[in-house]
Design a protein around this ligand. Structure first.
Ligand code: ZN
Length: 278
């Protein structure tokens, strides 16, 4: 049965140096289409290089919230941050133009407060401001290019999830879907996002021993809104924990969905085609 890996990073180390081997291995395991997701300038450039020659690799272009945390930590001034974000957008637009029809989404972008130190309230506020400005700018880019948005969201409590919904409702024009990549967060946030048109991405962590929250999210997601992802090189399935996640391992998550959750993973393949308008 063919699978689509809707979120993987052949463009990141350690996969990048052997990406053709990893892609061949994935195809041998039944993965017939994958979306290579950019997260900063270098990984977007590599994604472009990888996907241009391979008909079954799509590309998504975006800047991960972590990029903006790093700039804030380097004590970049507010005006410099704004100028750099402007440059990011100009660069993303030019690269989107180069990617042409292979470009199926914008992202990953979003909000990530997971690693914030609660004692650093001022620094955290600056990071939130920088992440928010970048997220809004990329939402507008998705609107302009009429492409789905791939959203990365992570937090130890609920604030990032609440902020994401608020920003999407204010800025995103809902005439096409968006993806909550790597499902996490409270169930009512997931349900509200689904009402707005979200697809929810499920990764190798669905197979972990402590997976109750993710299984609940999976079951609360309508069958036509579930997507299969690896997020390789991150989040290897249970039997490979502690190792690099390789893209072929998406098959293990698909098997888990079939055997433990009694859902035919082929449905998720169709969802990927619908979501990315293919
Ligand atoms: Zn990712």
């Amino acid at each position: 049965m063919p699978f689509i890996d809707t979120h993987c990073h052949y463009n990141l180390d350690p996969l990048y140096e052997n990406w053709p081997t990893h892609w061949q291995k994935a195809q041998a395991e039944g993965i017939n289409q994958s979306l290579v997701v950019g997260a900063d300038q270098l990984s977007c450039q590599r994604a472009l290089e990888i996907t241009q020659t391979e008909p079954h690799l799509w590309i998504s272009l975006g800047f991960h919230p972590e990029v903006y945390d790093i700039r804030v930590t380097q004590k970049t001034s507010a005006s410099e941050l704004a100028e750099q974000l402007n440059q990011d957008l100009t660069w993303l637009k030019a690269t989107a133009f180069q990617a042409g029809k292979k470009l199926v989404a914008i992202g990953e972008t979003g909000l990530d407060y997971y690693y914030f130190n609660p004692a650093e309230t001022d620094l955290n506020q600056l990071k939130i401001q920088a992440q928010t400005a970048a997220f809004i700018a990329q939402i507008h880019l998705a609107n302009e290019l009429q492409l789905p948005l791939i959203v990365h969201s992570r937090d130890r409590d609920e604030q990032a999830y609440r902020d994401i919904l608020k920003l999407l409702k204010t800025h995103y024009k809902f005439n096409r879907p968006f993806v909550l990549h790597c499902a996490s967060g409270p169930l009512d946030y997931i349900s509200e996002a689904i009402e707005l048109g979200a697809y929810i991405g499920f990764d190798g962590n669905l197979t972990y021993k402590k997976n109750q929250n993710l299984v609940e999210i999976f079951q609360a997601t309508p069958p036509n809104r579930r997507l299969l992802e690896t997020d390789a090189p991150f989040l290897p399935p249970q039997s490979f924990r502690g190792q690099t996640c390789e893209p072929w391992m998406v098959r293990l998550t698909a098997e888990f969905i079939q055997q433990q959750l009694q859902i035919d993973p082929e449905q998720l393949t169709q969802n990927a085609l619908d979501c990315f308008n293919q």
